[in-house]
Design a protein around this ligand. Sequence first.
Ligand SMILES: [Zn+2]
Length: 463
Amino acid sequence: MARLITCTPKRFLAIVRSNSYLYPPQTRHSKLQTGEQFEVTASSVSEKRTSLERFRLKKALKTLGKKEGRGTELVSLFVPPGRQIAEVMSMLRQEYGTASNIKSDTTRKNVQDAITKVMQRLKLFKEVPNNGLVIFSGAIPQNGPGSERMETYVIAPPKPINIYLYRCDPKFHTEHLEDQLREEEAYGIMVVDSTDTTIATLEGNRLQIIREETSGIPGKHRAGGQSARRFERLREANLLAYFKRVGNHANNIFLPVPNLRGLIIGGPGSTKYDFQKGDFLNYMLKQKILDTVDTAYTGEQGIEEVVARAPEILKRVRYVEEKKIVQDFLYQIGHDTGLATYGQEDVKKALEAGAVQTLLLSEGLNTLRVTVKCSACGLEQQEILKESALPQFQQSLIGQLCSNCKASSLSVIEDRDLIDDFAELAEQAGASVEIISIESEEGQMLKNSFGGIAAIMRFKLSS
Ligand SMILES: [Zn+2]
């Protein structure tokens, strides 16, 4: 029987590259800064899971996590699949009634407004979607006290949620969605030495010890009267049989695990290397070995030692992956093969020609494509700016005259992350997208020397 251990929440899987669910582009751009609403809907189009989807959800959750109300007045609602909308509505009506007891006029109004918004959103659904539904709503100060504006966000979770939760707090409760991000990936852990082996799986915070296997091999010291050679031969034969048993169990346990991203092998001595070198593990699992680490203990304690080091191991794995991707790009550039390009315009051209195999986007890009519209004549213009320059840019539009009709009615109607922009192009062109962190030297180079946007190509573009 498998035992279930729930570890204290560890944040480690968030740093690994996902290949996780498709978290599609927001149907409208977030406009989070300007305090409007956004909606993230799950798509059934594709099961493809990329570093991009992860990036999008991470970013949305980060933005939501930072929002704070003036008081205890931000509403978070988690509805699991299978609940009746009518039941949730009646719970919300009750909460609305309870809120009428709040003494502060402002807080009472804000809470009741938030509940109303949530109900309005909920009403749009005939039934709860397959993965459930998450709605956040509340009055968020835009610029100091008194500048609150109602913001409402609807998120379709990437995986079924299993909690029914209504909360009214100074912050939105995003942690359950953050957990889902981590749980997207599974890892296999084995702690091997000559006396026993423990096999476990790690999915998000869920560590499951699946099997313990003992070798039955006596210690290294032979009994009196036994010849040394015979003792060694027997020991080796026993070890071989034990490795075979362990290998079979590991294959049976790990091969069926969906989303198995890798395997970590631990153990106190050198036995783990002997096991790893031999042909005991299925070749597909061998390819997934991320690291082999020394532990002080075997058994469950050994497994926990490996888990404690997992964040660092996984981070290093992604680090190496990212370095390889950027190095591949640098090789093509350095050898002038014509199979790489960079910069917004050239990459866009290559994408449109269907020539891009891998699109590299720097996590440090922080750049927006902003659409400015004149409400008097309807003229629309686009600008590319740094994320941090947006407030100043918006300020600069006040009083600025439209180049077409000379009215002073310019405003930002959309701001879109350049990463989303390019990622969408890549999706249409069938190119894979890699979001590259700025943690490695190569990642820094991608950001600083190549403008954060680069491509490795399938074929040369004739110029
Ligand atoms: Zn105009």
